[in-house]
Design a protein around this ligand. Sequence first.
Ligand SMILES: NC(=O)c1ccc[n+]([C@@H]2O[C@H](COP(=O)([O-])OP(=O)(O)OC[C@H]3O[C@@H](n4cnc5c(N)ncnc54)[C@H](O)[C@@H]3O)[C@@H](O)[C@H]2O)c1
Length: 328
Amino acid sequence: MYPAFGYHCLMKDYSLKKRVMVTGGAGFLGSHLCERLLADGLEVLCVDNFFTGARKNVEHLLPHPAFELLRHDVTFPLYVEVDEIYNLACPASPVHYQFDPVQTTKTSVMGAINMLGLAKRTKARILQASTSEVYGDPNVHPQPESYWGHVNPIGPRSCYDEGKRCAETLFFDYYRQNAVDIRVVRIFNTSGPRMHPRDGRVVSNFIVQALQGTDITIYGDGRQTRSFCYVDDLIEGMVRMMNNNQQFVGPVNIGNPSEFTMLELANAVLKLTGSSSRLVFAPLPDDDPRQRQPDITLAADKLGWRPTVELERGLKMTIDYFRTLLPR
Ligand SMILES: NC(=O)c1ccc[n+]([C@@H]2O[C@H](COP(=O)([O-])OP(=O)(O)OC[C@H]3O[C@@H](n4cnc5c(N)ncnc54)[C@H](O)[C@@H]3O)[C@@H](O)[C@H]2O)c1
């Protein structure tokens, strides 16, 4: 048996720390979130099935005494004791979520049911990483949270868009029906170190192509716009949303409202990498939104949150990361 004093001390230390679970914690955003939560002095349980995430994204955290990594698929129930849950598990890039669309919907919908069930049992607060894709190809600009969206329910992107919409429905039904303590953030395009180099998202595509000196592919005429948030800003917004105790459950947009055309983005990448890649044009994929820009009034009012990293600085840090990955 433990000596009473020592055991008591152990229990006391342990119970002082909040236990936070991050599903999808070995992915791009999840790994940054795990780092941030550990830095805030919390215990972190990272849960991932490594579909698009990788152990190497969190390898540096493994020696940390407050960090634990668990291989698990959220479409199956999970029985653990936690105080907070960040539900990020879901492939986020079209190439990955369209690879097995049925599994994508299952991850969003059954994953939400399983994690909400866990939150209900443990009385944990639970935050859903939703997406700007719930607005589909919007006909309102910029998009406020009150906009219901313009989504194709049967297209190639629907497994992701509708899966995430259904997950939001489940979050709000568990909130109304079971008083589960929810928070919902709608994440707009975010980029930064640890993005998957072959995930087909525009920022990683352009950087990889520029660094390898191959043609930079622009879909459509390049005049469609996107806004890009740097990962550190996004994580700050998510953590503020989780920690707000004013019963503000969301949904709240978190993203950077500065809009850029794909041509502007490509030229910024060319300038920062010093690459001589050529721009080539390819047809626009089905259901590709023409414009996407968050209205962040609510995040500013309720959370005092605004992005602080502008495009070029974020791109530079992302390019530095990709330089370490790619052979010259
Ligand atoms: N990065 C963005 O721009 C962005 C924008 C909007 C929303 N989001 C949302 O944020 C979350 C994280 O996105 P990301 O960019 O880090 O993507 P990512 O693909 O890097 O991370 C997703 C993680 O979830 C894991 N995962 C997938 N299916 C799972 C399952 N069934 N069980 C357990 N783990 C599973 C993957 O292995 C990966 O580690 C996603 O829910 C995504 O929809 C991201």
